[in-house]
Design a protein around this ligand. Structure first.
Ligand SMILES: Nc1ncnc2c1ncn2[C@@H]1O[C@H](COP(=O)(O)OP(=O)(O)O)[C@@H](O)[C@H]1O
Ligand SMILES: [Mg+2]
Length: 161
């Protein structure tokens, strides 16, 4: 089982969207995927409920059996327990979404994940906070990040730039 955490201090930078897209791509390729939502707005954690409740004008899509979601547990020990349970259930990929800001619960997620993805739009505020996020996470998880791959992805580049 592998885990990817999407972290960026700035709201609206594309964290949750990145999770939707990675999850969709991974289930299409036959992986069993679980999304853990670390944002209190429950956008990702309630993906299934929203899909079920939505007033689809055409045929209602069938929720994929290899995709599930949950909310971030209360602390890092519970998060590790949750990840162990998911591995036993045969989950291949866990996507961990986080909330904006520099929060202790996001630091727990950074500590527990294999890989960190920092989305940034092609805007100054996003770039600045992507750099801040990198510095913060390195300080927060210390030497652990020395072996932890992390990448910054640029999304939503305006046309002609
Ligand atoms: N690559 C993209 N292209 C176009 N719109 C995007 C892209 N990524 C995100 N968005 C839009 O930007 C808004 C904020 O994205 P979201 O993923 O909710 O950000 P965050 O989770 O970082 O707060 C949403 O309306 C989303 O649809
Ligand atoms: Mg979000």
């Amino acid at each position: 089982m592998r885990t990817i955490a999407t972290i960026q201090q700035k709201g609206g930078a594309g964290k949750t969207t990145a999770n939707y897209l990675i999850a969709s791509g991974a289930i299409s390729n036959g992986l069993k995927v679980h999304c853990i939502d670390g944002d209190r707005n429950s956008q990702l954690g309630e993906w299934e409920r929203r899909s079920q409740d939505y007033d689809w004008k055409g045929e209602k899509p069938i929720w994929p059996e290899n995709l599930s979601t949950s909310q971030m547990p209360g602390d890092i020990d519970l998060l590790y327990n949750h990840l162990n349970d998911l591995e036993k259930q045969g989950v291949d990929l866990v996507l961990l979404d986080t909330r904006p800001g520099s929060n202790a619960d996001t630091e727990d997620i950074a500590y527990a994940t294999d890989v960190i993805l920092i989305p940034t739009r092609a805007e100054a505020a996003d770039y600045e906070l992507a750099v801040e996020t990198n510095i913060w996470i390195k300080a927060a998880v210390g030497m652990h990040l020395g072996t932890l791959p992390h990448a910054c992805s640029c999304v939503q580049a305006p046309q002609n730039r």
